[in-house]
Ligand binder design. Sequence first.
Ligand code: ADP
Length: 476
Amino acid sequence: MTKALFAVSECAPLVKTGGLADVAGALPGALADHGVTVRVLLPGYRTVMGQIGKAATVAGYKDLFGGPAKLLACTIADLDLLILDAPHLYDRDGAIYGDATGADWPDNPERFAALSKVAAMIAADGVDGWMPDVVHGHDWQAGLTPEYMHALGVTTPFVFTIHNIAFHGNADAGKLAALGLDPARFTSEHFEFWGQISALKAGIVGAAKINTVSQTYAEELLTPEFGIGMDGILRARQADLSGIVNGIDIDVWNPATDQNITTYKSAAGKSANKKALRKTFGLGPSDGPLCVLVSRLTEQKGIDLLLDALPTLLERDGQLALLGSGDPKLEIALLEAADRHENLSVKIGYDEALSHRMMAGGDVVLVPSRFEPCGLTQLYGLRYGTLPLVALTGGLADTVINASPAALTRGVATGLQFFPINAQALANAFARLCDLYRDNQTWKTMQRNAMKQPVDWETSAVAYKDIYAGLIEPRP
Ligand code: ADP
């Protein structure tokens, strides 16, 4: 039995802002089937503390970056959790990374240094008689872990997964002492990045193995365009970098059992959900495809491209039901566009149950991202027979088979891809989509293909298990 400690800043179903939480919530269960037990170390945000109920205190810290803290152990949704209860860092109004205005918490460096430091201390001393064989950190929030492990003289292997390289977790060099980092290691070989402390860089440099969440994104990260300043650092670690595509929790996302929808086993059963979805979004009947989009609303997600390309879809009787929240400018632009077009309906907010109903009721799920490490909504779409229309990038390139003439002839297509990633190419894809949608037979074949495509964690869990095994097995 291999023992892995996850250090991660969000984990479904307890706390989620994006795909990272889905991975942290689903991968442990998939790894358990392959002889790996995972304990998930998670910050005790107010929302998390409200859900854990009774929990045993398994460690205490007198002063963890400015206040006392303790570690609580509990099991929720089959997840073996270690909750870092540090009220001075995590018990506050607002969101998990920032305040109600969307500004990052100024003490984010300390908040996530705490997560990293506790991960290192667990690697050093164990907890509750349990000692991890491997520490697995996710994104910059866990990036300083190998620095603290080094300071404690711990040699447990550290695996680092990059879910999104756009977030570096930089802190001012003036925070070196406050974060308890060794000033002698504030160099370009370690965690100094253009004069700042970079938690992401610390994770990359200090990891025995690094991976990201799709093969294509792993390759893209080595280029200046996608590496966002980290490409050189990653090129230096190329031999230890791999891409492992995310899966989804196929029990949570299962059209045959989903409690949020009228369940169905083949795409033919979608029609009741489609009718209900149109009603929810105030959309009338239409002959064109009903598209759905569920996303954070940011520049990364290509929402501005969508706004420019949308007339091509709407003029052809296509419809769009959109659920998301994020950049206020994009929210306003979407709401204004919805006022002008009866076939566009927008809901601003975050609603897990509605997102299931959208996957069940839509014909097409849109993911027009400028970059997309893996992307999850296209995987939900495949499982629900809701064909993805996606940008050709990152995990979207790896998980969708474009309806090219060759793929259609061979009957293997599962969706549509567009490239280059701009509004014109997206508009062209909308035109293609509307033609394809009218070809009933082809559409049904694509839906069947999509629903058959494996989107679970099976293959990828084995890939993670193999990474751990390669690091902890005694060398000959
Ligand atoms: P990212 O992690 O970059 O946000 P992913 O596609 O990997 O993108 O994961 C996003 C996750 O968050 C998906 O599970 C998606 O369904 C969910 N999600 C995003 N926005 C919303 C929303 N407004 N309501 C419900 N779920 C959402």
